[in-house]
Design a protein. Structure first.
Length: 128
């Protein structure tokens, strides 16, 4: 996941005004199966920009179920002020349930838009 975020989104974290209000959602290949992501731009205490993300096993989820999960994760990522806040908040978010059609990896999307290849979404949003 870190490699994906660094390679694809880290250079765009410094321009949060270009990001969708509720962040990006994504599916990538993980070491033990597909991962569902919720990704937001963030800054650390030293004002360095980076993408912050939460992930969970995709569990053969369909788009509606992936969006349900991301809708619950978004405020946790947005409001957590410490790692403990993040861990505690995410512990209360149930994993997505399986459904059809299953999301295919790799993909990115924003709420209300269909999933697409990561490069197409990045180009559309950030122009690069």
């Amino acid at each position: 996941m870190d490699r994906f975020l660094t390679a694809k989104l880290s250079q765009h974290a410094a321009t949060p005004d270009l990001w969708p209000r509720e962040g990006l959602r994504g599916v990538i290949k993980g070491p033990n199966g597909d991962l569902l992501l919720c990704i937001l731009p963030s800054r650390d205490a030293a004002d360095r920009a980076f993408p912050i993300a939460a992930c969970v096993g995709l569990n053969a989820a369909a788009l509606a179920e992936a969006d349900r999960w991301a809708d619950q994760v978004y405020p946790v990522l947005l409001n957590a002020r410490s790692a403990d806040d993040l861990v505690a908040g995410l512990a209360n978010v149930p994993a997505p349930e399986s459904g059809a059609p299953v999301l295919a990896s790799p993909a990115l999307w924003q709420r209300g838009a269909p999933p697409d290849g990561p490069e197409a979404v990045i180009t559309r949003l950030f122009g690069a």
